[in-house]
Each structure stands twice: as C-alpha cells, then as structure tokens.
Design a protein around this ligand. Structure first.
Ligand code: MEV
Length: 313
C-alpha cells in the first residue's frame, strides 16, 4: 500500500529578522513542491531515498544519534510504526533548492507527515501540521512553526510571535523571480549577528522595528489592492532596513541591484548572509527581470503564490 503527498516551499516576503523581536512578518507559499511517497514494506526497517541521499535504519534508534538532513522522515516513520510489525519505504522528489531559505525542510516535514500518517488513517491538515512541526524540531529546535504552517495551508499569511498566524485573504497577481546566491548560510549565526547589532545600537534597532511595523501595515493594504508597483517600493524600503542590520553582503547587493533594473523591487528573503533574493514582477517585467539575472550568470527561476498548500493523493 502506498500514499503520496506534496507540499509547497515558501518565501518570507517582508519582516524577516524583525519578526524575532515581535514585528509582524508576511510569508507566502510558492508553486515549487516537494512530493513524498510512503509505502508499507514487510521488512521491519525505515528506508528513505531522496536526491540528497539515502538513509536506511531499523526502527527505534534515538533521534539524537542520527546525523542526516533526512531525520525528520525517520522521526515520522518511527513514530507511526511503533506498535506495528512492518517497515516503511519513503521516496522524496524535490523541485525546491535545498537549504537556501525556500522552505525545503518544512515542505519535507509537511508532505512527509501527510504521506506517512495517511498510510494508516486520513488526518486533517491541522493534525498533519502538528506532526510536521514535531518533525521539524528534530532539525531546528526553535522553529516558530511559521514555515510549516504556510506550507500546509498555502496562500499568504501574516505571523507575529504574540498572535501567531492568520491567513491574508488576498490573491495578488505577482510573480517573484528568485535568484540563488549559492552561498550557504547559517540562520543561527546570522540571527546571532543581528542580536549583536541590536545590543550595540538599541535606539536605532528600536526605530527600525517601528519603521518595519509601519511598512508591514502598509503592505497589508497594498496586497488587498493588488498594487504591485507600490508593493515594489516597500520591497526596496524593507531591503534598506535589512542592509542596516548587517545581513547583506557584496554578492547579495549585486544580485539585488540586478533584480531592481527591471522589476518593481528586490530584497533578501529569509536569513540573508547568503541564500536567496527575490525580485517582484508582473507579466510586464517578468521576462526582462529573468534576462537580467541570466546575463549576469545568476541562477534564477520564477514562482507564483501557491494557494493549495498540502495536497494528498
Ligand atoms: C529565517 O528564515 C527567518 C528569520 O527571521 C529567523 C526566524 O524568524 O526564526 C531570520
């Protein structure tokens, strides 16, 4: 017996880093997916195959002893076959570049939780999200759960630490051109750098948080109006704030400059220090924006908002 599920990746549109200090962030799911197929097998083992490698283990290994990016799948499979007398084989196919801030690990956790648990019973999206967040904690203990939430429900979402998540009921018609710096980054160390900036510049940081909050309220209005040109101006402004807190670098600045030649605005998405940037476009400047990146030899691709979220087969 087989069960299959897929979940989208995500981008943070506005508010990364400031969200750590209580400011609202805006995220959206993107139409690049990870698909997971789970299958019951007679042999009592957990076998995981993906384009980043293989993992094959017996059940009941302590999670802390597993050193593999595939361990959320092991955690999920192990939890579900605890009292059963068979094993699980898992196949992962990804359209999302890994480890560059586009939600690949959250999409794995959500699609994995659905495919594996649906082998036994059909669960609601809320139940799958709970399982997915548990699995994500095996690789990122302090996850806010924001990424798994947007990958589960799709669409646009606002999030702040105090109030949690709420869906933004709007379907703006933009394309994001994502460019990948291919520079690896550690979210933890970039977040630590921002903490240091805050400590040394309390007054400026507090003003930046206020400015970011104001910008986000404005963005929420513009999203409802589908006003992409003005949203682009807010993208540029948000990038200025991110530059101030020290998460950019020469490579990212050059990519942002390239993105800004034709698009409405470009900024870092996620932790920064490496990873990806996006440029905001519509049909009128999508092709030219892609051309600009390609002329400078930057790896890029375009995405739209995914409104479906988790899908099961
Ligand atoms: C990383 O994708 C987003 C940050 O804001 C960290 C976080 O929210 O935990 C940089």
């Amino acid at each position: 017996m087989k069960s299959k599920a897929s979940a989208p990746g995500k981008v943070i549109l506005f508010g990364e880093h400031f969200v750590v200090y209580g400011v609202k962030a805006i995220l959206c799911a993107i139409n690049k997916r990870i698909a997971v197929t789970a299958e019951k097998i007679d042999e009592r083992k957990i076998s995981i195959k993906s384009n980043i490698g293989h993992l094959e283990l017996e059940p009941n290994k302590p999670i802390s002893e597993i050193n593999s990016p595939l361990k959320p799948f092991y955690y999920l499979a192990n939890k579900i076959i605890q009292d059963k007398n068979f094993g699980i084989k898992i196949d992962v196919e990804s359209e999302i570049p890994l480890g560059v801030g586009l939600g690949s690990s959250s999409a794995c956790c959500v699609a994995g939780a659905a495919a594996i648990s649906n082998l036994f019973e059909n669960n609601s999206k809320e139940e799958i999200l709970k399982l997915a967040i548990e699995a994500e904690k095996t690789i990122f203990q302090n996850t806010s759960g924001a990424d798994c939430t947007v990958c589960t429900f799709g669409g646009l979402m606002e999030y702040d630490k105090e109030n949690g998540f709420s869906k933004i009921e709007s379907e703006p018609n933009f394309h994001l051109v994502i460019a990948n710096s291919n520079v690896e980054h550690s979210t933890e160390s970039v977040v630590a750098g921002v903490r240091k900036f805050k400590k040394n510049n309390e007054a400026e940081f507090s003003k930046l948080c206020k400015d970011e909050s104001h910008l986000i309220e404005n963005v929420l209005e513009l999203l409802k109006e589908n006003n992409i040109r003005e949203l682009g101006e807010r993208v540029i402004k948000n990038q200025e704030y991110l530059e101030r807190i020290g998460i950019s670098n020469a490579k990212l600045r050059e990519m942002i400059q390239t993105g800004q030649n034709s698009s409405f605005g470009a900024k870092i998405t996620g932790a920064g220090g490496g990873g990806c940037i996006f440029a905001l476009t519509d049909e009128s400047n999508l092709e030219n924006t892609i051309k600009e990146f390609k002329e400078k030899n930057h790896e890029c691709f375009s995405v739209k908002i995914d409104f479906k979220g988790l899908d099961t087969f």
